[in-house]
Ligand binder design. Structure first.
Ligand code: COA
Length: 204
């Protein structure tokens, strides 16, 4: 089902609109686009880097004896090669919409949007499951623009989570969602979950 949706979205490239004008961010041109099937190996490489990054914030995310990040509760020795790492930790990501982020045309990160009702609360339409900006592109407003573009691409009731120890992500999402919604959002779970609506889901 979502493979079809991803294919339909493949023609869509979302670029920073006029809200980026007049700010320092206009110096970096950010776009997100649905990852094509042939781009999925690239996205999976970024996913492994993302899991390395998150392992500093979650004791269940360990670096195994092969030097790779893994979700420890899955058990076993885990992935032995880089190529095995993303599939091992993939969980529900086949049900998500994958996007790549480009900054001034260069690959800068990825994100996953979950829109599968089987994996969402009944009062949620979209969850931002993964969001990663590679280190050389951080602190330049790339994440801010990519997040806004992802939200703009999907109208409905949103949910975003952070790991409690991921203080950079907490600071980032609190700022970005407050800006995006004009403070019209809910903070739940001691500030590690945000919910807001940016419109009504349209079906085509
Ligand atoms: C968190 C992350 C997405 C931020 O991306 P980024 O492109 O560096 O963020 P931006 O430059 O757009 O920052 C926007 C705002 O977020 C805040 N922010 C960003 N990084 C921050 C940090 N490390 N510490 C504190 N605040 C931060 C700032 O307030 C900034 O506002 P400003 O531009 O007015 O100063 C990026 O560091 C990342 O990918 N981290 C690793 C993966 C991760 O933790 N993902 C989130 C999972 S929930």
């Amino acid at each position: 089902m979502y493979g079809g949706l991803a294919t339909a979205l493949a023609a869509l490239v979302v670029v920073a609109p006029s809200w980026a004008e007049g700010t320092a961010e206009k110096t970096v041109h950010v776009e997100i686009h649905p990852a094509r099937p042939d781009e999925m190996p690239t996205l999976r490489n970024l996913f492994v880097a993302y899991f390395y990054d998150l392992s500093q914030y979650d004791p269940n995310l360990i670096i195994n004896e092969h030097g790779l990040p893994m979700w420890a509760p899955s058990g076993g020795p885990g992935p032995r090669t880089h190529d095995e790492c993303a599939p091992f930790n993939w969980w529900i990501r086949d049900c998500c919409l994958p996007y790549l982020v480009r900054a001034d045309g260069k690959l800068a990160g990825f994100l996953h949007v979950c829109a599968d009702p089987d994996h969402l609360d009944p009062d949620v339409d979209f969850q931002l499951l993964d969001f990663y900006i590679a280190p050389p592109f951080r602190g330049k407003g790339v994440g801010r623009q990519a997040a806004r573009l992802a939200f703009d691409a999907h109208r409905g009731r949103w949910q975003v989570f952070q790991l409690a120890r991921n203080s950079p992500a907490l600071a980032f999402w609190h700022k970005i969602i407050a800006e995006y919604t004009g403070n019209d959002h809910k903070n739940l779970d001691d500030g590690t979950q945000q919910r807001f609506s940016n419109g009504t889901v349209t079906t085509t």
